[in-house]
Design a protein around this ligand. Structure first.
Ligand code: C2E
Ligand code: CA
Ligand code: CA
Length: 758
């Protein structure tokens, strides 16, 4: 018996030391406190070893000291381990100091025991016929036991608390230590109270040390892991199917059951159901994954299926699992996003970018068919919006989109290009001019029981150069459209190369304007204006361009181009200067003559007309009454009040204001009374257009007498015949201009004419 325990304790010492060493090397943070606890257990074991083995009183007594003092260190390290392991901290710092002090005092009382013998003495008994010195406890020993038991129970309570208060699945790590502590406690108590000579309780402590070592450092909560994995698998949104090596289904999670519609354990149904849903597949071959759609239309679902193999330790195929993810929502979102990016929100048609993309694709895919592009435009859509409101405007756009949708053939591609313009691309042979054009002559959009006609035009470009950018194709179609933009009868215009050369020619002359002005290729011609007696009283300055390569250009070919691009302002400024220059030169020769200059409605957008005219008159020292300004009614169509103010100021400064082309536009006699004009110019040409001569004559008569009433001087231009001149004179017209008197003439010719007449 003694021998057995001697060997046992010796082995235990070695084992504790080894474990302590490994614990210290452990990468876990708990390793240090485990190591300390194991080391602390060594002295009590050695102490007991000495007591059992020595048979000598002095040595046995030393063994007792090592044992008892060692136990205090065990309690200290046990506390440290406990707090580390349970992650509980000391309730208060003072408690900690108190406990440590008590342990210190206990050690102290053992140190003074050789002098006072208050803790214990030893007495000899015979065990196995060999002397054995056993301890006789006194008061001090009782204190020692109370301290150590106290700490031991406190630790027990902590572990008990932990094992009850953590989720059951974690309780294991505490309950094992708790159980071994209870066992140790019982063993120790048995020794103490049975007063058996050999302290067997210390074996319990040793064992406890090893358990701590294992549980704190090596134990992996396998059950915890298993359960966590199983939970995760069943909580996953993916459907999971597990198969054994023979492709028998062994487990599925909840989403999997829902996916194929089976009950908890109907594993036999899994494979047939899966194959029915997703088609055939193999669980044996290498891993694979694929995307698959099921159903169609609204019911269509998207799945990502993945098969993975589970290999055993020897690399053999042990099992397989399928994971199936329902990606329908994501796919729908992606599709929706793509749809939003490529479709116009209002009409649902393609956006311009996407339309271009689709047309390019179509042309590439079908190179043998001749295609054309159509540019669709609503005339004065801004006015539709202004008058009827944006909501109605939107309604018009939707109706037009519907119409395009309805007319488009299967091989057509169409979309919304911008605000009120749409684009269509279709095979040439499928575009039926009558079919498309006919509805446009009476395109009506109805709202709230009312019907509003909408003017729509189409520009068509037959794709003769497929290598062109799609945007350029539509530019050409748009160009064709601009040629009929204001027409109510024609709704479709085809692009031809003539249009293109016209555009190029426009660009060509626009680029040359600055040089032409500088070199005086552009110059005024003067058309005489005569009075009732036929005497020249003034002239209208009309622009001419003597072009080095294009020859003599009349304003009809370039003025509209410059009015469109704004360069007209440069031309007019130049003409006004030229007129003042001429007037300045006439101060001696023709001091009574005036010159009328034209003001384009566009001039008002590009300069301060009033300031410009005043400055140029000042610069040349010309009397303002010599310079007359001609404006058309279109000038008054925008910003009316401001324009009236400008005219008034010009009048105040002494200029004469003339209303050009009176009667050709929207003129109303009513306007005449509000407008600050001195002269109205009535164009014979527009009156001649009327078939009914008598009617024209009466209109003319009325205008002339009305202007006389209003104190406005009347001037008739376009007078070509003597009888016109006579008739107008009879009617009371004061001034005349026209080929009958003279055509517009170069300055020198005009001056010659004047001097001849004089
Ligand atoms: P407008 O201001 O009405 O000028 C009168 C036009 O009628 C001139 O044409 C003149 O040559 C033409 N004309 C005059 N008498 C007769 C006639 O008896 N029979 C016929 N058939 N025609 C006659 P032109 O010079 O070709 O000018 C055309 C238009 O170009 C002008 O019409 C005017 O609107 C514009 N224009 C001419 N010069 C300028 C300018 O310097 N600035 C601006 N902004 N426009 C100008
Ligand atoms: Ca004029
Ligand atoms: Ca005119």
């Amino acid at each position: 018996m003694r021998y057995t325990f001697t060997v046992l304790y010796a082995l235990m010492t070695v084992a504790l030391l080894i474990c302590a060493r490994y614990a210290k090397q452990s990468r876990k943070s708990i390793g240090r406190s485990v190591s300390l606890l194991l080391l602390a257990l060594v002295p009590p074991v050695i102490g007991n070893l000495i007591i059992i083995a020595s048979g000598n009183q002095a040595i046995s007594t030393i063994g007792c000291y090592i044992y008892f003092i060692g136990m205090d260190f065990v309690m200290f390290s046990l506390l440290r381990f406990t707090f580390d392991y349970t992650k509980i901290s000391w309730p208060s710092q003072s408690l900690r100091i108190a406990v440590l002090s008590i342990l210190g005092l206990d050690i102290l009382q053992f140190l003074v025991n050789p002098f006072f013998h208050q803790a214990f003495t030893t007495e000899m008994i015979l065990v196995d016929g060999f002397p054995y010195y056993r301890m006789i406890p006194y008061f001090g020993q009782t204190i020692h036991r109370i301290v150590d038991y106290g700490i031991f129970f406190a630790v027990l309570l902590i572990f008990f608390y932990c094992s009850v208060h953590v989720p059951r699945i974690y309780a294991e790590r505490y309950s094992v230590i708790l159980t071994s502590m209870i066992l140790t406690g019982l063993l120790e108590s048995y020794y103490i109270f049975s007063r058996r000579p050999i302290d067997t309780g210390i074996t319990g402590f040793g064992l406890f040390g090893f358990l701590v070592y294992y549980f704190a450092l090596y134990y992996r909560p396998r059950r915890l892991l298993d359960q966590m994995l199983a939970n995760m698998a069943s909580e996953m949104t993916e459907a999971l199917f597990f198969f054994d090596s023979a492709s028998r289904c062994i487990w599925v999670n909840r989403p999997a059951r829902q996916l194929i519609g089976i009950d908890e354990d109907q594993f036999d149904l899994v494979l047939p159901k899966l194959k029915k849903m997703f088609g055939d597949f193999s669980l044996q071959e290498d891993d694979w994954d694929r995307k698959q759609t099921v159903g169609s239309g609204e019911e269509q679902s998207f799945y990502a299926i993945k098969k993975q193999t589970v290999l055993d330790d020897h690399g053999k195929r042990a099992a397989a699992f399928l994971s199936i993810r329902n990606e329908t929502a994501e796919q729908r979102a992606i599709q929706q996003e793509k749809y939003n990016a490529t479709h116009d929100t209002l009409t649902g048609l393609y956006t311009r970018e996407y339309l271009y993309e689709q047309i390019a694709r179509r042309l590439k895919a079908d190179p043998d068919t001749d295609y054309l592009v159509v540019f669709v435009d609503i005339s004065d859509f801004k006015i539709v919006n202004d008058i009827f409101g944006n909501e109605f405007g939107d309604h018009v756009l939707c109706k037009l989109a519907d119409w395009i949708r309805q007319e488009a053939t299967a091989r057509s591609v169409y979309g919304r290009l911008a605000g009120d313009t749409f684009g269509v691309c279709m095979p040439k042979e499928e575009f039926n001019m009558e079919r498309w054009g006919e509805p446009l002559s009476h395109f009506v959009v109805s709202s709230e029981n009312r019907e509003h006609p909408v003017l729509i035009h189409l520009g068509v470009y037959e794709i003769t150069e497929p290598e062109l950018e799609i945007s350029v194709m539509f530019d050409r179609a748009r160009l064709a459209l601009t040629t009929i933009k204001d027409e109510y009868q024609r709704h479709i215009a085809y692009y031809d190369d003539e249009m293109r050369s016209k555009v190029l020619w426009n660009q060509f002359i626009s680029a040359q304007l600055p040089e032409a002005l500088a070199k005086r290729q552009i110059r005024p011609y003067l058309q005489p204006i005569v009075d009732v007696s036929g005497k020249i009283v003034g002239a209208e300055a009309l622009v001419r361009w003597i072009h080095p390569t294009e020859g003599f250009l009349s304003p009809g070919v370039f003025i509209p181009v410059f009015e469109k691009n704004g360069m007209i302002a440069e031309v007019d400024k130049y003409m006004w200067r030229s007129a003042c220059e001429i007037l300045a030169g006439w101060k001696e020769t023709n001091p009574d003559l005036f010159i009328s200059v034209n003001i384009s409605p566009k001039d008002f957008y590009f300069m301060d007309v009033e300031a410009e005219i005043k400055n140029v008159v000042k610069e040349f020292g010309v009397d303002p009454s010599r310079l007359r300004v001609e404006i058309t009614e279109t000038v008054m169509m925008t910003d009316l009040e401001n324009r009236i103010r400008i005219l008034n100021e010009l009048k105040d400064d002494g200029f004469l204001v003339e209303m050009d082309d009176f009667g050709s536009g929207y003129s109303s006699l009513n306007m005449l009374k509000d407008m600050p004009v001195d002269v109205i110019k009535i164009d014979m040409m527009f009156l001649n257009k009327s078939k009914n001569d008598e009617k024209a004559r009466r209109i003319l008569h009325n205008i002339l007498s009305l202007s006389a009433d209003l104190g406005i001087i009347s001037l008739t231009e376009g007078v070509e015949q003597l009888k016109q001149y006579e008739m107008l004179t009879d009617m009371g017209c004061k001034l005349f201009q026209g080929y009958y008197f003279a055509k517009p003439l170069p300055l020198a010719d005009f001056e010659k004419l004047c001097s001849e007449a004089a």
